[in-house]
Design a protein around this ligand. Structure first.
Ligand code: SF4
Ligand code: SF4
Length: 505
């Protein structure tokens, strides 16, 4: 089995020895990861089971939102521009919550990476999880590493073809289920499922499933480690976050070198060998096809499977576990210099850890407070620009406004729309002659915005200036003492003196 580094070494040697054959391209060497057993493998099984369950099951969780909203716990309703997450409902005007969540995710990723390294890559990244799932199928159909290498090299017999067909068929089913699950986040899942299978779903649903089926199938089935190494920007970004106190998977060469196989040790009694028996099991289990003994590498996703593999070898040969371990650079350096107890557990907590936790916590608290105090009612007013005012035949002045009232609750509500700060104002709705100075009664459907044209009429004697500032106020009439209330500032325009810019009615 050739590792990526052996491949690079070969290219470099060729470049030196045969300059005429120099090439910067190296074909991929297929990786056949062997199944690992141990603590980190078990942890990865659990993470895989939990993340996959969350992904596939979440759209099917029902949540009672009353008669006027979809009963789906997590839903991105693009048609009505609404995001539902259990008891939280986010409107487009409240997109800052989504922004806050993204900032929290970013700071969380900084926190995780600076302390436990690329834990995201090794355990929870979708590429890692789905590749692991596809590998389960591959092992089930074709066997473990040696059997797969043998099958790859074998001629195309009926046995090989049938195994490939079964494997690819199962991969396609998983890929389709993956693409299929995604669209259920964007519409009521039971309804969409029924429409999808009766070919009544919108074309975008089929195209989304097709694209996600294709990408899942190709990325997890064929490209695998190449996605992490060549396509993902994260390995490059993470180097800016790691420092000498971040955990990474480390080969403790101060303990393992000089390495030598069991046969070397029997035949070469003059050399004092380290703990590494050069069995290559750490390389065989690596899903990235690298040798951790070459040092820190961009390809390493810190999945820790090589730790499990090496620990099992150490147990067999009666040496302490941890030849490959999670370690920090400062710990590794101290161990190598012999200034640290071998059993010392590396400390990853430092000032920047607290800063990340503080920032992350503050954003979280701010969002919770905003969520608790946010209004479920909004009002927006636009003054007519042309004409700015109208002088009526009886001398009164009239201004027109477009008023929008947003009912963010899942039930119909009735609001009192009134004006404050404009003494003597009378208002009426377009199309109605019924004037009132007490305010208008406005019904708004659940989860909807109502737009209406409102006129305000004033006697110029009650106005002290050309432009008077006042407030439109909307109050939930059935809300009692703590009724939802929203207000916004507007202006009333009048002619100055005898001359004016408006029109006579
Ligand atoms: S070197 Fe070890 S930790 Fe890194 S990807 Fe390979 S198996 Fe995982
Ligand atoms: S599994 Fe351990 S002993 Fe075997 S080659 Fe890797 S580091 Fe050496």
């Amino acid at each position: 089995m050739t590792t990526v580094h052996e491949k690079v070494d070969r290219i470099e040697a060729d470049a030196v020895n045969k300059p005429e054959q120099r090439s910067l391209y190296a074909a991929r060497v297929k990786v056949h990861p062997k199944r690992a057993h141990g603590t980190f493998r078990t942890l990865k099984w659990w993470v895989m089971a939990i993340t996959l369950t969350i992904y596939y099951v979440t759209p099917w969780i029902r949540w009672d939102r009353g008669p006027f909203a979809p009963h789906q716990a997590v839903l991105v309703n693009l048609a009505d521009r609404r995001f539902y997450f259990f008891f939280v409902e986010i409107w487009p005007q409240e997109f800052y919550f989504v922004g806050g969540l993204l900032v929290m995710a970013g700071v969380g990723l900084f926190l995780i990476t600076s302390t436990v390294g690329r834990a995201w890559c090794g355990y929870t990244c979708p590429q890692t999880v789905w590749t692991d799932l596809f590998l389960v199928v591959e092992r089930f159909v074709e066997g473990d590493r040696n059997a797969r290498i043998k099958l790859d090299a074998a001629p195309w017999t009926f046995n090989k073809i049938s195994k490939r067909v079964i494997k690819i068929g199962l991969w396609l089913l998983i890929a389709m289920a993956t693409g299929g699950a995604w669209i259920f986040y964007f519409a009521d899942a039971p309804t969409l499922a029924q429409n999808f299978f009766t070919l009544n779903a919108p074309p975008v649903a089929y195209s989304t499933v097709a694209v996600l089926t294709g990408t899942t199938f190709i990325f997890a089935g064929f490209m695998r480690e190449q996605v992490c190494t060549y396509m993902c920007p994260w390995p490059r970004i993470q180097s800016a976050m790691l420092d000498e106190h971040s955990l990474t998977v480390t080969y403790n060469d101060w303990r393992g070198e000089p390495r030598g196989s069991q046969r070397d040790r029997r035949t070469d009694a003059a050399t004092t060998y380290g703990d590494c028996i050069d069995c290559n099991l750490c390389v065989a289990v690596c899903p990235q096809g690298i040798d951790i003994r070459d040092g820190q590498q961009l390809e390493c996703i810190t999945c820790a499977l090589c730790i499990d593999a090496c620990n099992s070898v150490m147990e067999k040969i009666g040496r302490p576990r941890g030849l490959i371990s999670y370690s920090t650079l400062s710990d590794y350096t101290a161990h190598k210099a012999g200034t640290r107890d071998p059993d010392h557990w590396p400390s990853v907590i430092r000032p920047r850890t607290f800063i990340y936790i503080f920032v992350w916590g503050m954003i979280g608290v701010a969002m919770l407070v905003l969520l608790a105090v946010r209004d479920r009612l909004d009002i927006n007013v636009l003054h007519d620009r042309n004409p700015l005012f109208v002088q009526l035949s009886d001398g009164d002045v009239r201004n027109g406004y477009t008023v929008k009232i947003l009912n963010k609750r899942a039930e119909p509500r009735t609001f009192r729309l009134s004006v404050e700060g404009l003494k003597g104002a009378r208002m009426f709705l377009a199309g109605s002659t019924k004037e009132t100075s007490d305010g208008l009664t406005v019904d708004v459907k659940p989860d909807r915005l109502r737009e209406m044209k409102v006129y305000i009429r004033m006697n110029p004697k009650d106005l002290g200036q050309r432009e008077t500032s006042f407030r439109f106020v909307a109050v939930d009439m059935n809300g009692g003492e703590n009724a939802d209330k929203a207000e916004t500032t507007a202006h009333f325009h009048a002619p100055s003196g005898r001359k004016h810019n408006g029109e006579h009615d």
